[in-house]
Design a protein around this ligand. Sequence first.
Ligand SMILES: NC(=O)c1ccc[n+]([C@@H]2O[C@H](COP(=O)([O-])OP(=O)(O)OC[C@H]3O[C@@H](n4cnc5c(N)ncnc54)[C@H](OP(=O)(O)O)[C@@H]3O)[C@@H](O)[C@H]2O)c1
Length: 363
Amino acid sequence: MSVECFVTGGTGFIGQHLVAYLSAQGHKVRVLMRRAERLAALREQVASLGGNAARVFAVAGDLARSDLGLSICDRAVVRHASVVFHLGAQFAWGLSLQQSRAVNVEGAKRVALLAAEQNSRLVLIGGYMLKNDQHLQKIGIVADHPALTDWPAVYRQVGGYEGSKLEAYFATLQLMSALGGEMTVVHPATVCGHSRTGHILEGQPLMELVRNLVQGKLAAVPGTPEHWLPLVTVDYLVELVAACAFDPTMAGQELLALDDQTPNLRELLAQVAQPLGVKPPKHHVSLRLMKWLLSVPPIARFLNTDVEALDFIQTTRFDTAADEQFANRHGIAKPDIREALEHTARFVNSHWRSKRRYKRSIA
Ligand SMILES: NC(=O)c1ccc[n+]([C@@H]2O[C@H](COP(=O)([O-])OP(=O)(O)OC[C@H]3O[C@@H](n4cnc5c(N)ncnc54)[C@H](OP(=O)(O)O)[C@@H]3O)[C@@H](O)[C@H]2O)c1
């Protein structure tokens, strides 16, 4: 069965893999693109990830613009989509409240409105912090009555990216419920490279972690032996996202895409260091001290780390039984996260080597 899909964030890391997967399954995929002239490059990338490039089309637009900046003609074309996948977001540290809200909150609401108007299933990509009730409570989110939340105070604590992702989730839920739209939410942990190829894009938090390790900027493991950075491989994630979209029982449901076999942070770093031939850090540094150090701009620059990134390192464990049942029901096998980490480390290493070679050749 071929279905029309509309994807925001289709040029990003998870989005490219999702577009490749959906198009390989025979679906027609329209991607919201700020720079539609880059369709040829996206198609090339999609093909290299195993997708069917001929089934991928661009829709010029921007999450930050009213009505997503769609032309009348494109709006009519998008109307045929049975499923709207919303992945697009400004994913960066150090964003202001205004910047992050304009794209991540207002953009999500615009996409929800479009999906509800045309009776498409909306598949929203949230984040696993939304499944950490203690954390939400600690930072002042009133989950039962989100309107009572002091959002600027939340943004001040966790930064623009996370604050806006949390606000966007509650705003979208409220809007879809008011409009009677059908929605499914998938909450991914930090995304690891492809389980077989290690493919990952620059700018991804895990890639930055590997780079810091290789450059000797990680002299100690942030947190305690109980701290971990929950991961999910990009291929397992996109299979779950696609399965959710076409499963009628998932309307109004949420899924946590997180591999509970992810080792603690110290072991994770050792796993990544081994194929790269670098020494992993052995000792721990408290998160409180690390945050204090990172509040000094030259240290933050030297360590190439942002205090916002530390929030994702935590001790909370999550119950993933229902999510694994869902995966089993759909025949989706969970890859070995340790092997995926090794492949990711190798991919990152060879990516930088070829980048350095290229820079030398043009110098
Ligand atoms: N990666 C993770 O570890 C992780 C974990 C949990 C949740 N998530 C969520 O998963 C989603 C995708 O993440 P990702 O890692 O794939 O991010 P990414 O690689 O940074 O991609 C972001 C995507 O959003 C698009 N975008 C940004 N601003 C836009 C705008 N104003 N209008 C239209 N499109 C815009 C980008 O398009 P351009 O090509 O034009 O820049 C790109 O396609 C996000 O919602 C993120 O919050 C990610």
